[in-house]
Design a protein around this ligand. Structure first.
Ligand code: CA
Length: 236
């Protein structure tokens, strides 16, 4: 690829900014910075970056409001950088429209993996419908969306309608954290009880059918207090 992906970094801490910018440039990304929400928002609008890395704790505006503002006019992937360990903020950021989050301190390889996933998902969202998306594949698991067939190691596994709905939603959003509320709303509708007990029961059943060792899952991971993340689609 000869066109460099452009990343906008909105972060007020100089040393974190420098660390991330250096890392991204060595990986051949083009980087722009903003030290506050105001200039971040105007750079987002004028520069049309391919991805935004956003610190939630900014001096002039809450990061959650920055996400809401951007989502009014753009689907640019947003990865939140959070120093806060509280789950509530991460959930709020994801529900406001962030694609993913990474918690400080984080390693370079983790950051790069999250960026690659977000960029790939965003490129896919713009590609013609049905091209690469008729199938999900990771390790021994294959989901054929057209035939409604799920196999592990070539063996067909039977799922209830609800389980199938959960699996297809997570796999179509593979690599991305899906909050409990988002998943519940998608599967049971907007008026569903936001208590996630029924979701947990269904997930336990899915894992029993899918995973070799449900206590140590390799396909669907729990992000404690936040939601679930399904392993990346290898079929992209
Ligand atoms: Ca900060």
């Amino acid at each position: 690829m000869n066109v460099k992906h452009e990343i906008l970094l909105i972060e007020d801490e100089k040393n974190i900014c420098n660390f991330i910018a250096t890392t991204l440039r060595t990986q051949d990304y083009k980087v722009n910075f903003a030290e506050n929400a105001g200039s971040g928002l105007s750079l987002a609008a004028s520069g049309c970056p391919d991805l935004i890395l956003l610190d939630l704790g900014l001096p002039d505006m809450d990061g959650i409001d920055v996400i809401r503002d951007i989502r009014r006019w753009s689907n640019i992937p947003i990865i939140v950088i959070s120093a806060r360990t509280q789950e509530r903020e991460k959930v709020e950021a994801l529900d406001a429209g962030a694609d993913d989050y990474i918690t400080k301190p984080f390693g370079t390889s983790e950051l790069m993996a999250r960026i690659r996933t977000a960029l790939r998902r965003s490129a896919l969202a713009g590609s013609p419908v049905g091209s690469a998306q008729s199938r999900y594949q990771a390790k021994d698991l294959v989901i054929d969306y057209e035939k409604h067939i799920i196999t592990v190691n070539g063996n067909i596994i039977h799922f209830t309608q609800i389980e199938y709905k959960i699996l297809t939603f997570l796999s179509r959003n593979a690599g991305k954290v899906i909050t409990y509320d988002t998943l519940i709303t998608h599967v049971w509708g907007p008026y569903a009880d936001s208590n996630n007990r029924i979701l947990r029961v269904n997930m336990a059943n899915i894992r029993r059918k899918l995973e070799q060792n449900p206590a140590d899952p390799q396909y669907i991971f729990t992000e404690i207090g936040i939601g679930y993340r399904m392993i990346d689609n290898e079929n992209l």
